[in-house]
Ligand binder design. Structure first.
Ligand code: NDP
Length: 453
């Protein structure tokens, strides 16, 4: 670690105590950007990186709501408006009991670089609540979403801040949030993305993050003249990103053998084909059940409970060529990364945000595998959110093919940006540096143009 990174990190840790995920995200980016700062002292003089690290605005609020039994609940709501240099704040909302300020700051920070990489005019933000939607009735979910939006509405708008979904926030929640925003503002606008098709949503938005992560994996493979055809893939999670990653891998001739949720994972050696995926989608999106139920239906598959005492996750310890972590942050530690490499995995495309610890990332980089970090590999979701905003502004919907082609082009361009910048700054093939630098340059130049604000 250079002196500059050490000093900056000491300051970040002192100013933002007890936010380990935020420290981790900042450290990874800072290590990449220090190469740029050495060549471009003007960025250092203008303290651009220091300014990017400090959110433009952090909003926290009380979310009181009453359930169907009349019991009062109080959750905490957040919106981090991180950076608006290249466009209005844009980023998802996460509803999960683990949500806290540090996690949302790391996500908002990552979002700034990711949104810049898409080449669309979007700044970075993130928000959410410690509300746990798991096992809750539709009525409870609706009441919570309405209470959450009753405060959030005054801070967002189609030209200010446009939230979307993330963990625990899918089509159902976006619907309730949009309904409440519309009622309070008396306006039908594109203030949220991930909307239903009948009321301003875009085709391919639900598929976009998973499809995009697979397109990114395919682009990385292309550099070795290979494709996904016949490749075995490990996928974690079983939510939005995981489901559409499986769908796209299947359509490109690959085979997915794992899926998981926060209780455990399934291993299906024969592969999760389209029919089995349909079962998973119904299980997770309609019946809202647990992944364990997969083995009741498909007897050859094996279910393993998650054991938090174990030093590694057995999901990452199977023979395969590709891995697409699509559940949550830090789900691959150094032991998992080593297991992946030992088992023959040479392509990792991150559907989730920061799913690999810094030690794990270093193992991928040392072994020179094709490693696509989340801010590049999972940018397809926010990219199609950007396309949803364009369609809302034009009041004209595009076809499925049109959106999918644009998504594919955006993923190809992000891949190229990573390759070009990694090479330009002396670390060819390093997608971490390529993504961080590519994302940084556009935001940094815009911040310099706009003065110290
Ligand atoms: P979903 O809520 O649809 O699914 C999340 C999945 O991950 C579920 O299977 C969930 O299991 C599992 N999971 C969540 N938390 C944990 C945990 N602590 N330990 C183990 N498993 C866990 O979310 P998404 O698919 O939308 O998001 C997945 C990842 O992708 C996140 O990192 C998100 O930030 C990232 N992402 C999402 C985008 C999008 O467009 N949706 C865009 C870019 C990135 P369970 O049901 O048991 O909670």
């Amino acid at each position: 670690m250079s002196e500059y990174v050490k000093e900056l990190m000491a300051e970040v840790k002192a100013k933002n105590p007890a936010e380990p995920e935020f420290h981790q995200a900042v450290q990874e980016v800072t290590e990449s950007i220090s190469i740029v700062l050495d060549r471009h002292p003007e960025y250092r003089a203008a303290k651009v990186l220091e300014r990017i690290i400090e959110p433009e605005r952090v909003i926290t609020f009380r979310v009181p709501w009453v359930d169907e039994q009349g019991e009062v609940h109080i959750n905490r709501g957040y919106r981090i408006e991180m950076n608006s240099a290249i466009g209005p704040y844009k980023g998802g909302l996460r509803f999960h009991p683990s949500v806290n300020l540090g996690i949302l700051k790391f996500l908002a920070f990552e979002q700034v670089f990711k949104n810049s990489l898409t080449s669309l005019p979007m700044g970075g933000g993130k928000g959410g609540s410690d509300f746990d939607p798991k096992g809750k009735s539709d009525l409870k979910i609706m009441r919570f979403c309405q209470a959450f939006m009753s405060e959030l509405f005054r801070h967002i708008g189609p030209n200010t801040d446009i939230p979307a979904g993330d963990i625990g926030v899918g089509g159902r929640e976006i619907g309730y949030l949009f309904g409440q925003y519309k009622k309070l503002r008396n306006e039908f606008t594109g203030v949220l993305t991930g909307k239903g098709l009948n009321w301003g949503g875009s085709l391919i938005r639900p598929e976009a993050t998973g499809y995009g992560a697979v397109y990114f994996a395919a682009e990385m493979l292309q550099t070795k003249n290979q494709t996904l055809e016949g490749k075995t893939c490990l996928v974690s999670g079983s939510g939005n990103v995981a489901q559409y990653s499986v769908e796209k891998i299947n359509s490109l001739g690959g085979k997915v053998v794992t899926l998981s949720d926060s209780n455990g994972y399934i291993y299906d050696e024969e592969g999760i084909d389209d029919e089995k995926l349909k079962f998973v989608m119904d299980l997770k999106n309609v019946r809202r059940g647990r992944i364990k139920e997969y083995v009741d239906k498909y007897k050859n598959a094996v279910y393993t409970d998650l054991d938090p005492q174990m030093e590694y996750n057995p999901l990452w310890n199977h023979k395969a060529e590709c891995a697409l972590p699509s559940a949550t942050q830090n789900e691959i530690n150094d032991k998992d990364a080593q297991n992946l490499v030992n088992n023959g995995v040479f392509v990792v495309s991150e559907g989730a945000n920061m799913p690999t610890t810094i030690e794990g990332v270093n193992i991928f980089l040392d072994n020179k595998i094709l490693y696509g970090p989340g801010k590049a590999a999972n940018a397809g979701g926010v990219a199609v959110s950007g396309l949803e905003m364009s369609q809302n502004s034009m009041r004209l919907p595009w076809t499925r093919e049109e959106v999918d082609n644009r998504l594919m082009m955006i993923m190809k361009n992000i891949h190229k940006t990573c390759i070009v910048n990694a090479e330009r700054f002396g670390t060819p093939g390093n997608y971490v540096n390529g993504a961080n630098i590519g994302g940084f340059l556009k935001v940094a130049d815009a911040m310099i143009d706009q003065g110290v604000v």
